[in-house]
Each structure stands twice: as structure tokens, then as C-alpha cells.
Design a protein around this ligand. Sequence first.
Ligand code: 16G
Ligand code: MG
Length: 562
Amino acid sequence: MEEEKQRSILLESASRFPPPQGVKLSYGTSGFRADASILASTVFRVGILAALRSLKTRSVIGLMITASHNRVSDNGIKIADPHGGMMTQEWEPFADAIANASDAEDLVQLISQFVKKENIPFGGVQSAEILLARDTRPSGEALLEAAKQGISAIIGAIAVNMGILTTPQLHWMVRCRNKGMKASECDYYTQLSSSFGCLMDLVPTEMMSDAVDVKLTVDGANGVGGEKLEELKKQLKGLVIEVKNSGKEGEGILNEGVGADFVQKEKVVPCGFGSNDDGIRCASLDGDADRLVYFRVLSRNSSSIDLVDGDKILSLFALFIKEQLFILCKEEKEENAYLVKLGVVQTAYANGASTDYLKQLGLEVVLTPTGVKYLHEKAAEYDIGIYFEANGHGTILFSEHFCCWLEGRNNDLASTDEGSECQKAALRLLAVSKLINQAVGDALSGLLLVEAILQYMGWSIQRWSELYKDLPSRQLKVKVADRTAVITANEETVVVKPLGLQEAINTEIAKYPQARSFIRPSGTEDVIRVYAEASTQEAADSLAQSVARHVDHFLGFGSSHK
Ligand code: 16G
Ligand code: MG
């Protein structure tokens, strides 16, 4: 009876959201993304999916409406699972199936089958709760309404509108709610500012020099990050932040010539920055503030920058964590010693010089395919797992087990060795575990950690940038008839299909010293991406060009190798 009622509610509400014609949607690396004008039905359906996910996991689920660094006219939707990470990959095929269901009948049929297969308590026997948020895109409000209607189409499901948030804020809230911890936006700012304050209080006095400028200038991509950073900075001591491209009326368009993606890919200053910023420390966020890169404007009369990308943020974090672990453990008696498993996770896009540097530090470095869900999963296997994509998305994960051990160690030290270097190291690591977002990469928390570490080291951005010298690289994209024709292996470093393409790439690579190149189908656009790295920029450019030509020859429109 209840099930009948549920079916008819679903049928009735789904018929109000007909799907767009002739479009095939795919959940992709970061949810569904498309031109906002065709997304209402998809968002409505993902609302249903989020409610089912909440029923199945008996936990709070998050639903974020954003298209991150993409154009302002695009939008997208993705789900945060109970632990605050991306939705489990096991549900992606179902997400694809319901997004592409041809009509309301078809949709309800798919849902009924899935609910039976997954044993989901359906028809009002249990309640579900979904936290909803959106970025600043104008299309967000109407899409949020569509998501709410999807959620309400499941009996017992409640949508809680959290308003405009950064993606990592929503993920953080979902995680906190499910752990029974404080989870409001205000709690988020308090946690970040107090753990940052703690790290700043632990900066050695001899490092409190003038070498590190207290001022940081941030490009907010004209998105939600700028607005939230203005809020956060009110609570910060010891750091002066100027936000440009904050998204205020008249300041510019979201992601247009601004933001972390633009700065990292184009390697030029974002709009609003210029000769007056020569030499100073600058950072750039992306449209939903889950990516962070730093840069320094190079000269008074050009737009060129010294880019400090995700790889260098990772290296700075790794260096700091390793040092604190060393201080913490060096005096431990051998029989008590706990061998902390520290690991670093990168993708094939990581600059070869960064991987060499990390290995020289004696760290374990592993690669995964592109996409946060893969890196995050791998990093979670360590006591402390640090992951970053070169594009600036990343974080540091601390295992529960390690955090408990660290709390215990700190308590012991507080009673036996209070104020010692060793205890300070324990306190720093505890502060980092609270500052850095445990759910997902977060530009705001990452930025505070960078700032605290630079103060600790007494380093300018230039000194940081000199940790190692990036190998010149080039990225290109090639439009092809069918990007799914490319199959890769070994964390995307080798092409398995089409046959013969990898051999062609190898022949090109062999022409240049210290060269590396790989291709992969994009997860967010209909293109094949080409990456090349070599000892000079000319060589990297030319290698990328020749690999792109092979891709076009094998797969381009009208190619003979299908
Ligand atoms: C998405 C991914 C990002 C990845 C990028 C690659 C998330 C949250 N974001 O933005 O990790 O680097 O896609 O894009 O997973 P591509 O597949 O188009 O190269
Ligand atoms: Mg983003």
C-alpha cells in the first residue's frame, strides 16, 4: 500500500521534470555537468538518488550544485557520501541509468528495481536527511528547487537547504553531522581559525622574522570562495588577506580569466592582478573553492608568473609533516616506537621533478588515475596520506588510529615533558589534522596550512618555489569522434587501445632527453588530453604537438584506425 503511494508520488513529480532530448549524461569524475539550461531533470533525479542513498546508509547525505571551474552558464551536481567523500563508485551506474531514463514510467521502473536489489527501506518506514548547497551561479537557485522536489518525492526524506557554500564546506558538514560533531558554517570557521591559531602560536620565535610577508593576496575566481574567505579572515590573527575577484557585483564573471584552473593551465596572471603585485605572495581558488594554487607575478611589464602548483603545495606539506614526525619520534624508546606509515599520492600529471624531490626525501610515492575519488581512496590507506593533483586539489588524511595514538602521545608528553620540542611537534600534527579538511580537498583550509608552514619555515614564496625546478610541460586537447575508444592502463600512463598508438607515442618520446608523455580521455569534456614533459619548453611543446597529431590520426574525425 505504502509502496503504491510512493510509486504514484514519484510518477506524478517526475512527469513535471521531463529529460532533455538527445543528450546522454554521465556521472563522470565529479558528478553530472552540462549547460545549466538542460539540467533540471537531472538534478531532480539526483535528488531522488540522494534520498535513496541516505535511506540505504542510514546517514546524512550531501548534494552540491556546482560546475566548479567551468563556465558560468554551466552547472552540475554531485553527491557527498556519509564520510564526506565522493559518492561510492558502485552507485555510479545507477546514477547514469536514472539520469538517462526516457520518461517518468521508465524512471520509476528503474528505481523500483534498484530499491529491491539494494534492499533499501522504501515507502516511509525510515527517514532520510539530505544537506543541499550551491555555489554562486545564477542558475543555482532554480536547480536547488528541482533537487528539493526530487528529495520530497521520496516519503520520509527531508531536504535541508544550507544555502550558498563552497563544495568542501558541504562535504565537511556531512562528515561532521554523521560523526555527531558540530557542523554549522560557523563551526567550520571556528575550527579552521582556532587550529590555524594553534599552529601560529607554535612558530619558533627565531622564525618570527620579516622574511615572510604577513600579506597574502587571493584571487577568488569571482566565485563562492572569495566571499567565504572574507568571512573566515575576520577570525584570523597574524595574517592579512586581500581578496580580489571576490565575486561582488561588477567585479567580473565567474572563472573568466580568473581562478585556479585558469592560472594553472595558462600560467599567466588572473584579471585584476598586474605590475603592482610584482613579487608578492598570491593564491588563486577555483569556482567552488576546492582547488588552490599559489603564484608570484614575475616582472613589472609582463603577465608571466612563477606558478606554485598542487605538486609544490604537496611537497611543502610532506616536508613539514615528515619533519614533525621526525621530531616526535626521535626520542622514543625503540620498544615503544610506532612506525608511522606516511604516504604521498599523485597522478601522472605530477611534474616529474616533484616526484623525484619527494622520493629524495625518502617518501613512498604512489600514482592513481586522475580524479579525486581515486587519490582519496589511496591516501586513506596510510596513517598520514597526503594527496594532491597538480591542478591544486588535495588534502592530508589522518587515520583514526593514528589520531588516537597522537592524542595519547601528546597527553603523555604533557605530563612528562611539557613544552618540549617533542610535545610541540605532537601539538602541531594534531592542529594540522583539525585544520586540513578530512572529507575532501579544500582551498580555504589548504591555504591556511600553507601560510602557517611558511611562517614556521620563515620562507618567502620564492624560497618555497625553489624547493625544486619544474620540468617544462605542455598540455593539449584533441577533439575526437569517440573518446571512449581510448583505453589506458598503469594509472593512465600507457595506452592499451587503439592498438599501435602507444608505440607511436614511445617513438616520439625517444626523440627527447628526460621526456615523458601520456594521453587520456577527459572525464569532464569530450576530448583526449595530451601531456608532455621534457628538459626544455620547446621540446615539451614539440613532443605534445607530435603526440596530438598521432591521436588525431588514430582517432580524429575521419581517421582510419577505428
Ligand atoms: C574533475 C575532478 C578532478 C580532475 C578533473 C580532471 C573531482 C572533484 N574533480 O574536476 O579531480 O583533476 O576532473 O578533468 O574529482 P578531466 O578528466 O577533464 O581532465
Ligand atoms: Mg572545483
